[in-house]
Design a binder for this molecule. Structure first.
Ligand code: MD3
Ligand code: FE
Length: 203
């Protein structure tokens, strides 16, 4: 089912569910190579969300700023390759939402434990903001905040559930967005966690 959340933003409910087992196995393999870590913002705050990446580039933050890096700074090695299933799922979802030919070169993997949140922000570290971002939610449900082009625009709240995929492009691409503190719960496959994949064209 396709549900527009606003201009350029399309929710594909349950789109990733048929692949849940393979997706989770692939994430497990990635985190043995590049474990989740809580990064520090340029302002010196440790994020409550733990992150890792796969693909040619990974999004990282430290005291010196935000960047896409071909190398995991924790290991000094390239990020794990993007599994073909990840790439195909992101390309298919983008196509369904009206963005054919999406070729992600970066996948940021976010892990939320109860209480973890992501404050309202824009994603603007990618070179071509004409390319959409595709997000895949797994595990515990989250309340997603979807605002406007100004930080002060009133945000709409959406519940994102296990298997939901959202494609953010066009006028939605630079919208402010965030995630409310994760409520505790137990998910059958992932336990007390939410994992979110975001596929990006970084370079
Ligand atoms: C709307 N992640 O990693 S995914 C992020 O659930 C991020 O972990 C959230 O925001 C999460 O940057 C939200 C949905 C999402 C991702 C990117 C967007 C929504 C977006 C970019 C522009 C507009
Ligand atoms: Fe974001």
């Amino acid at each position: 089912a396709r549900e527009p959340l606003g201009p350029g933003a399309m929710l594909l409910r349950g789109f990733a569910r048929p692949h849940e087992t393979e997706l989770i196995a692939a994430i497990e393999a990635i985190i043995t190579q590049a474990p989740f870590r809580q990064m520090v913002t340029p302002g010196g705050h440790q994020m409550s969300v733990a992150m890792t990446n796969c693909g040619s580039f990974g999004w990282v933050t430290d005291r010196s700023g935000y960047r896409y890096d071909p190398v995991d700074p924790e290991s000094g090695k390239p990020w794990p390759a993007m599994p073909p299933l990840f790439r195909k799922l992101a390309e298919q979802a983008a196509r369904e939402a009206g963005f054919p030919g999406f070729a992600p070169d970066a996948c940021l993997i976010n892990r939320y434990e109860p209480g973890a949140k992501m404050s309202l922000h824009q994603d603007r570290d990618e070179r071509d903001i004409g390319a959409p971002i595709v997000s895949v939610s797994l595990g515990l449900p989250a309340t997603f905040l979807f605002g406007g082009l100004k930080r002060t625009d009133k945000a709409q709240r959406y519940r994102l559930l296990h298997g939901d995929v959202v494609v953010w492009g066009g006028p939605a691409r630079l919208a402010f967005h965030g995630v409310a503190p994760l409520a505790d719960g137990e998910h059958g496959l992932l336990g007390r966690r939410r994992i979110n994949l975001t596929f990006r064209r970084a370079r």
